[in-house]
Design a protein around this ligand. Structure first.
Ligand code: ATP
Ligand code: MG
Ligand code: MG
Length: 549
């Protein structure tokens, strides 16, 4: 534990605890239920739950459900499920919509005290009056209404007396502020939309900025961690808390997670799902938690990744290889080794006694002696990988070649003396002899060969469907597009190949969710599409990074 130095958020927390500004670490994870969680959210989850745990505080889950037009219970349920899957449990569950009554009363208070007014400008006009980065805004013509008139109009807004968009409630701050967020920001808009929790009770809905800090405050949050795009909103967050005179949490901003070769915004993911470019939110190529889960990532590998990358104050891109290495590292310890041939070539042992079948002993995980070994059927008719044979090969090719020798893992040393070809000259069968003195574990021959390859016994192997997943995008930064292109043009056309594989017979009974290493090929998980007749294996990740070469 004591390995790491403290990140800037931990430093801020410790200084505030030491000075007595706060007496505990109360955090929250505040998703908007308008999509599925992605790997960026995992970072925020690990951060907020992690801080609460580290400092003996609490972490709430709060749905920031202020925009009924885009939100849905489907997302609420999936978010809770994904957080639990990642291994976290919130101390309290809240919805910003539970605070709508309180927010309304607080808005009345600001109106009475002259800090908010009802404005009749429509959305376009409001934008025009707001000014730009270089130009100050102009006061709304309705800015000087009396508190009494504002209160009456605000109630009429709530009571449904005006059409959608006809009026807003705005905070009265400073139309000349260099920070545009302080130029009389909108607090409420009129919007007749059905809310997944409050139904049709409201036809006015509070804006994000008018909701977020107050929700934090109500819950007694002390450290409100959010991403950098809210840095410019912090003065507004502080202004609302101060004017209301309520508990005032500290907002701290950190950089969003950005991963090379990926686009992880909800907007992009929604487009891919809607256009059928992927197979839904849980497509194993998607950067959603659901996607990683189905792909075969473990919660631990994602948590480890988040803790290793830490939090940063400035934007940057994390190499995707770090995430891939995190699952490799975990599965290297966890996953039993099994043999599977994915691109089969027939190999016949010509001196094998006809019909004879032997068992050989194969180690389950060389890194974990406790995992023991298993028996495999060995016969004179095998499948090996096409890639492991060359009729003619350079000297450095240590797999099997004509006139060469190789060890079959957990089997014998074999010597290749001939091949069988089809009419087009393709090798369709490899003919070998085996050396009876060389059985793995009881080798008395003293022979040494450079290469070892995997195999399965043709008569014993079972067929399974194998989905070879690869990166969704083929470029470092899919957001960089030439004119007339969009990120969709960067999709990797080879991100999925579906093939038939030949596996050790027991794997045909593997349970959904089981993870294995196919020796020399990669890590695989049994997919939910599996049936009793046919197992489906997803490739989680290859054994090594093959993109970096
Ligand atoms: P998106 O960009 O996908 O729309 P969002 O920020 O709008 O994300 P929210 O549901 O509002 O999504 O996010 C919940 C929390 O997760 C917020 O505190 C947000 O800052 C954080 N978060 C979202 N994306 C990332 C990311 N890429 N890295 C770190 N934290 C993130
Ligand atoms: Mg958001
Ligand atoms: Mg968003």
């Amino acid at each position: 534990e004591p390995r790491e130095s403290k990140n800037f958020i931990e430093q801020a927390i410790e200084s505030d605890l030491a000075s007595g500004r706060f007496d505990g670490v109360f955090t929250r994870f505040p998703p908007e239920p308008n999509g599925y969680l992605h790997i960026g959210h995992a970072k925020s989850i690990c951060l907020n739950f992690g801080l609460a745990k580290k400092y003996g505080g609490t972490c709430n889950l709060r749905f920031d459900d202020t925009n009924p037009a885009k939100e849905d219970v489907e997302y609420v349920d999936s978010i809770m499920d994904d957080i639990r899957w990642l291994g976290f449990q919130w101390d309290n569950l809240h919805y910003a919509s539970d605070y709508f009554d309180q927010l309304f009363q607080w808005a009345e208070k600001l109106i009475r005290e002259g800090h908010a007014y009802v404005c009749d400008l429509n959305a376009d006009e409001t934008r025009q009056y707001r000014g730009t980065l270089t130009e100050p805004g102009r006061n709304s013509p309705h800015r000087d209404r009396s508190p009494e008139e504002n209160l009456k109009l605000f109630h009429a807004m709530r009571d449904g007396e005006f059409p959608d968009g006809a009026k807003t409630l705005r905070a009265k701050i400073d139309m000349a502020s260099p920070n545009i967020n302080l130029r009389d920001p909108v607090m409420y808009r009129i919007m007749r939309a059905h809310h997944h929790r409050t139904g049709d009770k409201w036809c006015i809905y509070p804006m994000y900025d008018w909701t977020h800090g107050q929700s934090d405050s109500i819950e007694g949050i002390t450290f409100s961690n959010c991403t950098l795009e809210f840095e410019n909103h912090r003065p507004l967050y502080d202004w609302y808390c101060e004017k209301l005179g309520i508990h005032h949490p500290r907002q701290i901003e950190f950089a969003k997670l950005k991963l090379s070769t990926l686009l992880i915004g909800k907007r992009h993911m929604l487009r891919m799902v809607k256009e059928g470019l992927v197979d839904g939110w849980d497509d194993p190529r998607m950067p959603t938690i659901r996607g990683y889960r189905r792909r075969g990532y473990t919660p631990e590998s994602i948590r480890n990744f988040c803790s290793e990358i830490g939090v940063a104050k400035f934007p940057g891109t994390i190499d995707i290889v770090r995430l891939e290495n995190s699952i490799r590292e975990h599965l290297n310890r966890l996953a039993p080794r099994r043999m599977a041939v994915l691109d089969p070539l027939k190999l016949t042992i010509t001196n094998w006694p006809a019909g004879h079948v032997e068992t050989t002993e194969a180690v389950n995980n060389p890194g974990d002696p406790e995992s023991g070994s298993r028996e495999m059927a060995f016969s004179g008719s095998l499948w090996i990988e096409q890639d492991d044979f060359r009729e003619e090969a350079p000297r450095k090719f240590f797999r099997l070649k004509k006139g060469g020798s190789v060890r079959l893992r957990a089997g014998y040393i074999i010597d290749c003396h001939d091949v069988v070809k089809d009419d087009d000259g393709n090798v369709i069968e490899v003919l070998c002899t085996y050396d009876p003195e060389t059985k793995s574990g009881e080798d008395t021959s003293g022979r040494k060969v450079k290469g070892t390859i995997h195999w399965v016994s043709a008569d014993h192997a079972k067929e399974v469907e194998v989905r070879l997943y690869d990166r969704l995008f083929a470029v470092e930064d899919p957001s960089v597009c030439a004119e007339g292109q969009t990120f969709v043009d960067h999709l990797n056309p080879d991100s999925l190949k579906v093939i038939t594989g030949y596996v050790e017979p027991e794997l045909a009974n593997a349970e959904i969710g089981d993870r294995v290493q196919f020796e020399r090929l990669g890590y695989f998980i049994v997919d939910i599409d599996s049936t009793p007749e046919k197992r489906v294996f997803n490739r989680i990740v290859t054994l090594r990074d093959t993109w970096g070469k």
